[in-house]
Ligand binder design. Structure first.
Ligand code: ADP
Ligand code: MG
Length: 659
């Protein structure tokens, strides 16, 4: 019996050189090897009598080798091997190139299976380069559903197949899913499922195997996330109960909260009243008004004498939140601070910042609520900072729509609030693909908008690899616009290379309508809120992704003014640009994006850094079912004490959700 952790280099048939190749396929251990599932199967199961072979098709035959010889062709000196083989119905020649050793492997008088393409050569039907395998009690390479693996060029299908088969035969994979679940779901046992996924006897057993292994993936993930949800519920947190305080504050807002905002706020405050920390995702399209919901939650925490922080992915966004929300808090005597890598102020009651804020040395007295804006923009390490926040309420915000299955699977320990509508009075953003000939008109249009008191963004794409921060393209555009096109207007320039304090100045000037036009690299993509801006002009629009374009467009149309988005591109047929023109709805666009990019890139999984190998996240039924089982199981046995094998699997499961 082998241990699953046995390194591949220690395996018979592998050795150090092959181990290197296997490692390129992410196969490091015996366990990896056994779970390296084929990407497809080739159906060689049907054996055709030799007399029925036809040119141009792929056949498997079972035949006795009459004679075999290797030789070189006279003219081109090719190494050829020819075998004459026969079955009860006839005979045929099998021919191979450049494999002279075959005459030693395939022996006369023995029965072999051959699978290959029948072709006519010199007026005779032959089998070309067939796969061969001696007749055995169980065929591996021929005369069955043959597994086809994803490979590198340094190892052949036959070699890998042989290694995997050898170890499948030597190992028994023990079961870890509770019996009652297997029975009621009619699932194969783990060992049978793994064996059959590689070497199924027919398509229906392959399907059974895949069903079982797909269940595994989702079930283990569900158990993991639900377990951590349960563990969270055992932790204590600051309770924030005096919810009535909020209603007076809400009265002072310059607008009425939308239905969705009110509902989300109610859900958040309900979390606060519970004795354990909240972990909630606030989802809503660009411009739906997430910030004020979070600000009200922070305000309530502050009113209870507790500290709250709001984290943003960029300094620009952090200082914008600070600038916009300071008064909101300070008018009620709540102290505020900005903490980024360039502003090192000590935390106040309410603190705004980038992730630098949560880095070790910053001390909080009684931090009760952490809000994370544009959650999807935070990298994995930045998220891991949050691990230490065991007792704080966590509210994350994102405009990225997450399909329900993904939300349940990856973010299963998260509660979700949705902002379904935009604030009333918003008008659809007029969007058009524009070409060079439209340029003069577009500039005229911008001029008119500015005369009417509005402002405009001009976004520049990266034009060269060496210009990762967009300095050059934005600077060139800035020179052109400020000198030639709009010499009488005030134009600002923003790109990634500016110092934080300079960025702030530029943003502040634009915020205050001291500059009319802001020329920027993609740094303003998320979160930036300048409600007076009504024109978004995107240069080289085809260079941006669909979600990015939608985010850019979301920088305008944030108040009652009619807003406009020009997508400058010579590629008027670009499907992404057309999609943005056709829809203003982020959820719809995400669906379109998925269609355009193809189902291969499961939405959101790349973002979360996790890929399922077998299960598909579109299988809502499977997700809900396994969730239910996991839920019941944990209810009766929260630590999985009765199921040590499952417990082990769950603890090995990569954790991909937020915490
Ligand atoms: P996002 O959800 O994209 O973060 P913001 O929170 O920045 O959106 O809100 C966009 C704009 O809408 C802001 O200027 C904000 O003040 C305004 N806003 C938020 N809620 C409402 C509302 N209920 N009515 C009118 N305007 C609102
Ligand atoms: Mg926002």
């Amino acid at each position: 019996m082998f241990d699953f952790k046995t390194p591949v280099e220690n395996l018979y048939l592998v050795g150090p050189a092959r181990a290197k190749i296997l490692k390129k396929l992410e196969i490091h251990s015996l366990g990896d090897l056994l779970f390296y599932f084929p990407r497809a199967h080739q159906d060689l199961s049907k054996i055709t009598p030799i007399k029925d072979l036809k040119p141009g098709e792929f056949f498997s035959i079972k035949a006795k080798v009459l004679e075999i010889k290797s030789f070189r062709t006279k003219i081109r000196k090719l190494a050829l091997t020819q075998a004459l083989v026969e079955d009860d119905t006839g005979s045929i020649i099998c021919m191979w190139f450049n494999q002279p050793f075959l005459s030693k492997v395939i022996k006369a008088h023995e029965i072999f299976l051959f699978s290959g393409k029948a072709v006519i050569e010199k007026n005779k039907l032959i089998l070309q380069n067939p796969i061969y395998e001696q007749e055995k009690s169980e065929q591996v390479h021929t005369a069955r559903l043959v597994p086809i693996y994803s490979l590198t060029s340094q190892i052949t299908q036959k070699q890998l197949r042989t290694i995997i088969k050898t170890y499948l035969d030597k190992t028994y994979i023990s079961e870890y899913i509770p019996k009652h679940i297997l029975e009621s779901e009619r699932l194969l046992e783990e060992n049978a499922a793994v064996q059959n996924f590689h070497f199924p006897s027919d398509y229906s057993s392959l399907k059974q195997a895949q069903k079982r292994l797909a269940f595994d993936e989702i079930f283990v993930m569900q158990t993991k996330v639900l377990q951590s949800k349960k563990q969270r519920q055992l932790r204590s947190s600051a309770q924030i109960r005096n919810i009535q305080l909020l209603s007076d504050k809400i009265q002072t807002l310059p607008f009425r909260l939308t239905e969705s905002q009110q509902k989300a706020l109610a859900e958040i405050t309900a979390d606060f009243a519970k004795p354990f920390p909240a972990n909630r995702l606030l989802e809503g399209d660009v411009g739906s008004g997430k910030t004020i919901v979070a600000a009200l939650a922070m305000w309530l925490a502050a009113k209870h004498g507790l500290q709250a922080v709001m984290l943003a992915p960029t300094e620009i966004l952090a200082s914008q939140h600070y600038a916009n929300l300071r008064k909101f808090f300070e008018s009620d005597g709540i102290t505020t601070a900005l903490r980024t890598s360039s502003h090192k102020s000590e935390p106040a009651r309410v603190t705004f910042g980038t992730h630098a804020l949560l880095q070790n040395r910053v001390k909080f007295q009684n931090l009760a609520l952490v809000v994370i804006d544009e959650q999807h923009r935070f990298g994995v390490e930045q998220r891991s900072i949050l691990k230490n926040l065991n007792n704080t309420h966590l509210l994350t915000m994102s405009a990225t729509p997450i399909p329900r299955t993904l939300a349940l699977t990856l973010y299963g320990d998260l509660d979700i609030s949705m902002l379904k509508e935009l604030p009333s009075g918003r008008q659809k953003i007029w969007t058009k693909i524009a070409t060079e000939e439209n340029r003069p008109k577009a500039y005229d249009f911008i001029k008119k908008q500015i005369q009417a008191g509005r402002q405009a963004f001009v976004i520049c794409p990266l034009v060269s690899e060496s210009d990762k921060l967009g300095v050059k393209s934005a600077t060139v555009e800035y020179e052109k616009l400020s000198r030639e096109i709009f010499p009488e207007l005030k134009v600002g320039l923003l790109h990634g290379k500016l110092k934080a304090s300079e960025k702030e100045k530029v943003m502040q000037a634009f915020q205050n309508n001291e500059t009319n036009i802001l020329v920027s690299s993609s740094v303003v993509e998320v979160g930036v809120d300048v409600p007076n801006a009504t024109v978004m002009m995107i240069e080289g629009a085809e260079r941006f992704g669909l979600a990015q374009l939608h985010q850019f467009r979301g920088r305008v149309g944030r108040a009652e003014h009619k807003s406009y988005c020009f997508l400058f591109s010579e590629d008027a047929e670009n499907p992404r640009l057309k999609a943005v023109v056709e829809s203003n709805d982020g959820f719809e666009l995400a669906e379109k994006d998925l269609q355009i990019r193809g189902a291969g890139d499961l939405y959101g999984t790349a973002q979360s850094g996790y890929r399922f190998r077998i299960a598909t996240l579109t299988n809502l039924d499977l997700v809900e079912k396994s969730r239910e089982y996991a839920f019941k199981l944990l209810d009766s046995d929260p630590t999985l004490a009765q199921y040590p094998a499952l417990k082990q699997k769950v603890s090995e499961q990569e954790k991909v959700h937020l915490e």
